[in-house]
Design a protein. Structure first.
Length: 372
């Protein structure tokens, strides 16, 4: 079985978390860069990566990389890529991508050139001049940065943050992959107690319980590459079986969620049921001023309201002050709070033990960690 190079994009700030995940599932040659981690493995590893990675946005096969400053160089570089190793003569191969700080700045023109080169390569291999593209979709992606072109095949299809449990959500929910990354920083165990006083759609609670129970995030969904003829179906079957056998069904993790909005509390439980973790989660309608922590060890992980307009920012700051009062400094309690507010620590009333820069969508935030 051949070894292939793969790349997994991630949210900025989660590269180390994703690298650790890849190491745990047995990936080789792991290398992290800004917003991406590359590794090598076989088809079995490709399937495992799609099913098991919590912080990856998608799994891409790296087909090739080369320098191009003209459209002719782009065409000739793409023409050398062995698309026929992955695509059948009836398969679809749309093209999309981006360009940054490069001579080839027009993305539509680059798309057209890459498509023409891919078709030319397929013509040479299959000895036909027309392709119906009615078969399985093999999404070609490209990136051009500082005149270096990299060509990928997307094996995931829908983004890996789409676990399948969050069919509906409230305004501005936290992305599942970001929530999973925050949860990883908490170093929770299978008997941890997790609390979220701003539970919203329940994403942080659900991701916490799934990690505590070792439920693979992609175990209940399908991926684009499952329809590819070049990948044996046994790779997907074995990866799912391994994921099922790894679930810790006896985990004693408990999660408690509160929100001032009754709709949020209801939605959290609905999503928890879809995720199969409702038995470990309890919720109630409660204002942050009434929040209290259970006795013993507990981890608070939350994404409090940010506020975008002046009055909303003032309200967010009022919440931060209340949080400082109801989150006691206690060696048995740990707090992980994501916020974009530059004065959060001052308003909260305590300096974080550690901070990590993260992006919630396009919003630059800090994860404020209190664990001492």
């Amino acid at each position: 079985m051949s070894i292939i190079k793969m790349a997994v994009p991630c949210l900025f700030g989660l590269e180390s978390v994703l690298s650790g995940e890849l190491k745990k599932i047995g990936a080789a040659n792991i290398e992290a860069s800004d917003g991406k981690v590359t590794f090598t493995g076989d088809w079995n590893m490709l399937a495992k990566a799609n099913i098991q990675l919590r912080t990856a946005e998608r799994v891409l096969i790296v087909l090739g990389s080369f320098r191009a400053m003209t459209f002719e160089e782009l065409f000739q570089g793409v023409l050398k890529i062995p698309f026929e190793e992955y695509l059948g003569k009836d398969d679809a191969f749309p093209v999309k991508g981006w360009s940054l700080n490069s001579q080839l700045a027009s993305v539509p023109d680059c798309q057209s050139i890459i498509k023409r080169a891919a078709v030319k390569r397929m013509e040479q291999h299959y000895h036909q001049s027309w392709f119906t593209e009615t078969g399985a979709v093999h999404q070609i992606q490209f990136s051009i940065r500082k005149n270096i072109v990299t060509i990928f095949l997307d094996t995931s299809g829908a983004g890996l943050h789409k676990r399948g449990y969050r069919q509906t959500s409230l305004l501005a929910p936290i992305k599942e992959t970001l929530a999973a990354g925050i949860v990883d920083f908490t170093r929770l165990y299978d008997d941890s107690v997790i609390c979220d006083p701003f539970c919203g759609s329940g994403t942080l609670l659900i991701e916490s319980v799934m990690k505590g129970m070792n439920i693979a995030p992609g175990i209940n969904r399908r991926f684009a590459a499952e329809k590819w003829d070049c990948i044996p179906s046994s790779a997907w079957k074995n990866a799912r079986q391994e994921a099922l056998e790894s679930i810790r069904r006896d985990a004693k993790i408990k999660a408690y969620g509160c929100d001032i909005d009754p709709q949020a509390v209801e939605l959290t439980m609905a999503n928890a049921k879809k995720a199969g973790v409702a038995a470990h989660i309890r919720t109630k309608v409660q204002d942050i001023s009434q929040f209290s922590l259970p006795t013993g060890r507990a981890i608070v992980v939350c994404n409090p309201p940010y506020g975008e307009r002046l009055l909303e920012i003032k309200e967010a700051e009022r919440l931060y002050q209340i949080m400082g009062n109801v989150f006691p400094a206690d060696p048995e309690k740990k707090y992980y709070i994501i916020s974009p507010h530059e004065e959060f620590e001052h308003i909260f009333g305590r300096t974080a033990d550690r901070r990590r820069k993260l992006y919630n969508g396009m919003i630059k935030c800090q994860l404020f960690m209190y664990f001492r």
